[in-house]
Design a protein around this ligand. Structure first.
Ligand code: URA
Length: 189
């Protein structure tokens, strides 16, 4: 078992546990502060992420960074960002169940090594895997649930917000709720 994120990353970069390894350009392991206590989890890499090996670098990523900045967070200082699947599904289709299952141990190990206090699920795929299989983002976004000793919240995926800007206000309110939760938990940042 890897004992650091960088050792885990090295193992993950060589992963061939599902078919997505055949079409990927790069594994997108995750990025952010190595001592982050807040972990954001997206769905899977898109085109830009596949090209660069970095999570959330496209237009959705810019929007995510803007919301993070609004509540005093950033991937440089206090947040880590990962995905349910580390390799891009062709044509950005949803990752299949077997792909999610094959990739799950990597996220599990990321969580074991980081020990985040708060997890934020970006979009349905992450929320249904990490909160509840029938989680509905439109109904339950911004609510905090306790799971395995940590707080978990689901919010809109940035790509969904680009498609549907009417939901941006709700998403921003979710980030404000996150700031409040972090305050309640005694985070100073
Ligand atoms: N969408 C995701 O879910 N993750 C990324 O890293 C980029 C886009």
């Amino acid at each position: 078992m890897a004992e650091t994120l960088s050792a885990l990353r090295a193992e993950c970069l060589a992963c061939r546990k599902c078919g997505l390894c055949e079409t990927r350009q790069n594994v997108v392991f995750g990025a952010g502060a190595q001592d982050a206590k807040i972990l954001f989890v997206g769905e899977g890499p898109g085109e830009q992420e596949d090209k660069t090996g970095e999570p959330f670098v496209g237009r959705g990523g810019q929007l995510l960074d803007k919301y993070l900045y609004h509540v005093g967070l950033s991937r440089e200082t206090n947040v880590y960002i990962a995905n349910i699947v580390k390799c891009r599904p062709p044509q950005n289709r949803d990752p299949r169940e077997e792909e999610q299952a094959a990739c799950a141990p990597w996220l599990r190990e990321q969580i074991r090594l980081l020990q985040p206090r708060v997890l934020v699920c970006l979009g349905r795929i992450a929320a249904q895997l990490l909160i509840r299989p029938d989680f509905r983002v439109t109904r339950e976004h911004g609510r905090f649930y306790q799971k395995d000793g940590r707080w978990v919240m689901g919010t809109y995926h940035p790509a969904a917000l680009l498609r549907n800007p009417a939901q941006k206000g709700d998403a921003l309110a979710d980030f404000c709720a996150l700031r409040e939760k972090l305050g309640d938990l005694g985070f100073r940042y």
